[in-house]
Write a protein that binds this ligand. Structure first.
Ligand code: AP5
Length: 219
C-alpha cells in the first residue's frame, strides 16, 4: 500500500497513522517527524528548516522533497508506506509522482481527513507530545494514564513549540494557501478518499481502517 494522509494541522494525521501502521504494517513516513529529528540533531537540513517551522511556515520544497525521497528509498518502504504531512504543495505532489514513476509505481490512495479549522485550533492547543518517542496525546480527548507521562516510554509530555496559538493560526492560514489545492489535485486523479475527521478518535480511526481495507479489496 502506498498512501498519503492529507488534512489540516491537527486533523488527526499522526493519530490515524498510528492505527493504520499497526493494522497494515506499512512504514510511517512523517515529514514533520523527520524535520523535527533533523532540528534536534542539528543537521544542515535542521538548521535551515528550524526558522520556517517555528514561524508556522512551510520548509522550502527542494529541501523537503530531497528528504522524503531519500526516506522512501529505505528498505522498510519497499512493502508500502504511509506518508503523513507530505506532499503539502503541488510541487511536492508532482515530485512524488515523478519519484514513484521512476520505479514504475504510483499511489494507491489519498485519505483526506476532513475537519473545520475551528475544531483543529482546540485540538492543537490541547495536544501534548512525548519528548522522547513522539507519541501524541490530548489533555481533553486522549489522555495518558499518568498526567504528563508517556504511556509507551515514560517520557515527559511537552507542548510542541508550533502549537502555540499564534503559530497554529499561521499554520492553518498556510494550509489554506499552499496545501488545500491538493484535495482537488488528487480528486482529479481519482485517488481521494474523504474521511470525516470531525468525530471521535475511535470513529476516525475505524473509518480510516475501513477506507484502506476498501482500497485493498478493490486492488
Ligand atoms: P507536521 O508535524 O506535519 O504538522 P501538521 O501537518 O501541522 O500536523 P500536526 O502534526 O500538527 O497534526 P496531525 O494532523 O498529525 O494531528 P494529530 O494526530 O497530532 O509539520 C510541522 C511543520 O513542519 C510544518 O508547519 C512545516 O513547517 C514543516 N513541514 C512538515 N512537512 C512539510 C512539508 N511537506 N513541506 C514543508 N514543510 C513541512 O492530532 C492533533 C491533536 O488532536 C492530538 O492531541 C490528538 O490527540 C487530537 N486528536 C486527533 N484526532 C482527534 C479526534 N478525532 N477527536 C479529538 N481529538 C483528536
Amino acid at each position: 500500500m502506498r498512501l498519503v494522509l492529507l488534512g489540516l494541522p491537527g486533523a488527526g494525521k499522526g493519530t490515524v497513522a498510528e492505527t493504520l501502521v499497526a493494522t497494515y504494517g506499512a512504514a510511517h513516513v512523517s515529514s514533520g517527524d523527520l524535520l523535527r529529528a533533523a532540528v534536534a540533531d542539528g543537521t544542515d537540513l535542521g538548521v535551515k528548516a528550524k526558522a520556517f517551522m517555528d514561524a508556522g511556515d512551510l520548509v522550502p520544497d527542494d529541501l523537503v522533497v530531497a528528504m522524503v525521497v531519500e526516506r522512501l528509498a529505505a528498505d522498510d518502504c519497499r512493502a508500502g508506506f504511509l506518508l503523513d504531512g507530505f506532499p503539502r504543495t503541488e510541487v511536492q505532489a508532482e515530485a512524488l509522482d515523478a519519484a514513484l514513476a521512476e520505479h514504475d509505481a504510483s499511489l494507491d490512495g489519498v485519505l483526506y481527513l476532513a475537519v473545520d479549522a475551528e475544531v483543529v485550533i482546540g485540538r492543537l492547543t490541547a495536544r501534548r507530545t512525548c519528548a522522547d518517542c513522539g507519541r501524541v496525546y490530548n489533555v481533553v480527548t486522549l489522555k495518558p494514564a499518568v498526567e504528563g507521562v508517556c504511556d509507551a516510554c515514560s517520557g515527559r509530555l511537552i507542548v510542541r513549540p508550533d502549537d502555540e496559538p499564534e503559530t497554529v493560526r499561521q499554520r492553518i492560514e498556510v494550509y489554506g494557501r499552499q496545501t488545500m489545492s491538493l484535495v482537488t489535485y488528487y480528486d482529479d486523479r481519482g485517488l481521494l478518499i474523504r474521511v470525516d475527521a470531525d468525530t471521535t478518535v475511535d470513529a476516525v480511526r475505524s473509518a480510516a481502517v475501513a477506507a484502506v481495507a476498501g482500497l485493498a479489496s478493490a486492488g
